[in-house]
Design a protein around this ligand. Structure first.
Ligand code: IVH
Length: 610
């Protein structure tokens, strides 16, 4: 039953109430389990709240039905209990600008001097490691930990106090200190914990994964980086899960309205934090940029031996008075700057080359690698631009190669380190998924499978796209589910999505792993909800090459109805500014194809464009 179709409470008999209550309890427990333990929201907060309100309503009307340990009392407030409360930061939690070399650092300091209008000013500095974790603010009230929050958007974060109380590194009482005091720093997950959590056996010295099978087969939850792991573990709704994740904390900032605690420099800040029993990140006092560069080089050398990830170092002007004078520009301070380490290069080897076929039919080669850990990310494949990259780099399966990754940048193959195989990689002439002969376009760089309507891979990719947020936005119909439904022949084209509710075969899902009646019911609800769609999203969902959400809005604004659009011509299309010649041709090609027009006509029978 849809949660907003409840029978009026006045009319509900005790028998009906009993039945409904049982079902509500079962559903709520299921959603709680998915949310708390599996990090999945299957229904919106509003729908969940409605279930809980209904439960309260029934229990209030028939207290006799209420069990002693009713789930209504179990998880905090019944309304919105599956969310973290918001916390406004007293001063914004902003971020550091980046530098990548000595020259950048000199420029940064010159700017600071210029801002202070004192060219000859000499600063002393605090050099620190830049911890690759998630920032946290902790407020102490009269010495007692009272609120901890994530950075969020810098201005408003999430209240994670209950979870932070589980982190051993963070003192809950810092002594008899009057007033309010804030400590900020970085939550991180040790690399050793991360490896254990991901159930991987990585020899950190030579970075080669020893037990490859375990990595591939482990069904446990996997985090791709230590930072994701720290963030995911901190934002658990069950503090006991956080407690089990061995999160650690390095502090680097304190601010208080207590007159006794008055550090004058960043070094004094760190010393005070140590006195208050916080762990602080590695730091050094220095007087010049040359010294800072030397510090960076030394930290880079020892980086591999640390049990936590760092992504650089931080240069901070030591005097807090000068820091205050310098203030901020945009979201970055003028007094402190990050120095990012250059991209890390790691040796691994090519195990295989896979070929992906996208929803438009374009083939993309993907090098499957012996998995390696680069700065806390497990890299097991690298997407290549096109087949030319394979030819130009003379790549072959078995070759030892060098890959590099810097920060959040997608990893890439730099070159071959040791050629082990001279057999060139075979560039397919037929689609690996449907066997259709491939066609070469755009100066032979890109290869396409032209079988758009029945290549299984293209169809699946298109259905995934069709159901995605930017198109029909069908919650619970992601890549995994589409693949399953396609393999069971329940969905073979996007239109089948809307036929599902009347398809008797859907019952096979009821006993299938990962499905069950609640999931099926939720999927059908989500599909029903998606049936009302805006014209721009509908146009986006057609999957016309190069026509994404932004351009679709312009097209929708111009044509107002789908019929106007599909009956358009080149002259009219020229009125839409963002459409160049290539896109206009693609649109004309699309609307001149009877298969596409029939598809739209058929689709319109099931949906409503609003
Ligand atoms: S000082 C204005 N010191 O890096 C922010 N931040 O991009 C001043 N971080 O949000 C922060 N180690 O989460 C500072 N030793 C360190 C740090 C550090 C890691 C993080 C922090 C900050 C981000 C800046």
């Amino acid at each position: 039953m849809s949660s907003n179709k409840f029978k009026s409470i006045e009319d509900l008999t005790i028998l009906e109430a009993n039945n409904e209550l049982k079902k509500l309890i079962k559903d709520i427990k299921y959603y709680d389990d998915m949310y708390y333990n599996k990090n999945k929201s299957l229904i919106s907060d509003a729908e969940y709240d409605k279930l809980r309100l209904r439960l309260n309503e029934i229990e209030n009307k028939y207290p006799i039905l209420k069990s002693n340990n009713s789930i209504a009392n179990k998880i905090g407030s019944p309304v919105n209990c599956n969310k973290f409360l918001q916390v406004e930061h007293s001063t914004p939690m902003l971020s550091l600008a980046n530098t990548f070399n000595k020259e950048d650092v000199y420029k940064f300091i010159e700017k600071a001097k210029k801002y202070l209008k004192s060219k000859d000013e000499t600063f002393d500095y605090c050099f620190e490691q830049k911890i690759d974790g998630v920032s946290l603010s902790i407020i102490y009230n009269n010495g007692k930990l009272y609120k901890a929050s994530t950075r969020g958007d810098g201005y408003i974060g999430e209240d994670v106090t209950n979870n932070v109380l589980q982190i051993k590194d963070i003192p809950q009482y810092i002594g008899d200190i009057n007033g309010e005091l804030e400590v900020r720093g970085e939550i991180y997950m040790p690399i050793s914990t991360f490896n254990k959590l991901n159930n991987k056996y990585i020899n950190k010295c030579n970075n080669i994964l020893l037990n490859n099978d375990l990595f591939i087969n482990s069904k446990k939850e996997k985090f791709s980086t230590t930072r994701n792991a720290a963030s995911g573990s901190l934002r658990q709704l069950d503090p006991l899960i956080t407690a089990s994740r061995n999160l650690r904390f390095f502090a680097y900032y304190i601010s208080s309205n207590n007159n006794i605690l008055t550090p004058k420099t960043q070094i004094e800040v760190l010393e005070l934090l140590k006195k208050l029993k916080f762990n602080v990140c590695d730091y050094e006092h220095g007087n010049s940029i040359e010294q800072f560069i030397d510090y960076c080089n030394r930290i880079q050398e020892i980086r591999r031996d640390l049990d936590y990830e760092i992504d650089g170092t931080v240069l901070k002007i030591n005097s807090l008075e000068i820091q205050n004078k310098l203030g901020f520009v945009g979201r970055n301070p003028r007094h402190s700057v990050a120095y990012k380490f250059p991209a890390v290069k790691v040796v691994t080897s090519i195990k295989d080359i896979e070929v992906n076929v996208g929803r438009t039919g374009k083939l993309t080669p993907v090098a499957i690698l012996l998995p390696v850990n680069i700065q806390g990310s497990i890299i097991s494949k690298v997407t290549l631009h096109n087949f030319n990259e394979i030819i130009n780099k003379k790549l072959a399966i078995g070759d030892e190669i060098i890959i590099e990754k810097s920060g959040d940048v997608i990893p890439k193959i730099v070159c071959i380190n040791n050629k082990k195989n001279n057999n060139p990689i075979h560039i397919p002439s037929n689609c690996p998924y449907c066997g259709t002969e491939l066609v070469k376009m755009d100066n032979y760089i890109d290869i396409f499978c032209p079988n758009h309507y029945s290549c299984p891979e293209q169809v699946v990719r298109y259905i995934i796209y069709f159901a995605s947020k930017q198109c029909f936005d069908i919650e619970g119909l992601g890549s995994k589910q589409v693949n399953e439904l396609y393999n069971m022949s329940l969905i073979e084209s996007p239109i089948d999505i809307f036929k599902l509710e009347n398809n008797q075969d859907i019952n096979i899902l009821l006993n299938k792993d990962g499905w069950g009646d609640v999931s099926v019911k939720n999927l059908l609800i989500a599909i029903n909800r998606s049936k009302e769609i805006t014209l721009s999203k509908f146009i986006t969902a057609l999957g016309i090459n190069d026509i994404g959400g932004t351009i679709a809005i312009d097209i929708a604004n111009y044509y107002k109805t789908i019929d106007n659009f599909i009956n358009t011509n080149q002259k009219e299309l020229l009125n839409i500014k963002k459409l160049g010649e290539k896109r206009i041709n693609t649109i004309l090609h699309f609307i001149n194809n009877a298969i596409n027009i029939n598809f739209i006509k058929e689709l319109k029978k099931y949906i409503k464009i609003v």
